[in-house]
Write a protein that binds this ligand. Sequence first.
Ligand SMILES: *[C@@H]1O[C@H](CO)[C@@H](O)[C@H](O)[C@H]1NC(C)=O
Length: 220
Amino acid sequence: MRVLKATALLALAASVLGFPQGADPANFPTASAVSAPIGESAQFVSSNPTGLSQSVAAEISSLYPPQERSIAYSPCVELPQGSGDTPKPDTPAVFQSYSVFAQVARSAPIPPGYRQTFGNLQASCNAQGYLGYASMRSYNPTMCAAFCNKTLGCQSFNIYYERDPTLNPGPGCLNPASTTFIKCVLWAGQVNAANAVNTGQWRANFQVVIAGSNGYWTGK
Ligand SMILES: *[C@@H]1O[C@H](CO)[C@@H](O)[C@H](O)[C@H]1NC(C)=O
């Protein structure tokens, strides 16, 4: 029963994410001014519906279909943890100036089949055709490229570090400790420096910020 449910969930996720069999590119979201949700979404699929190789799947901790939007958690509910470093002291400024994020972003090899459109920005993209995202276990553009390759219609991806709260900020926990997500966001249009405009947001007194944001495009 559990297995059947999981299978149904994966099939749903595969169709929702537009992977690959039977998906109609005409149904892809094409609205502008969408971006990947901040933090973790309420529902996710922590498995591999995409036919990714084991090495790629092992790098992905969760997959999020494009419909996932905001979270309706109660204040101070514990949120999922990301895989990135959490620089200390735990402030937005220290996060943004953490040299390891910059070094990793700057030295990341450009994946075959892609060209880099920008590097090491402190903002994520609002491109055309949001296709969902994965949270990654490491900052690895080649693995993100493999995910994009397996996603019908994917032309670009944006990979970055995001400072997110460990508790849902609200009364009683206005500025909780942070965790760092490494996000690999897929787009049907081009990501570029001009649409890398999401610098984060405030959630109560917690500031979500972004670092080490790189963009890659197939050039098609
Ligand atoms: C992605 O696709 C490009 C173009 O077909 C190919 O050159 C590249 O090796 C692929 N990358 C991965 C990681 O599968």
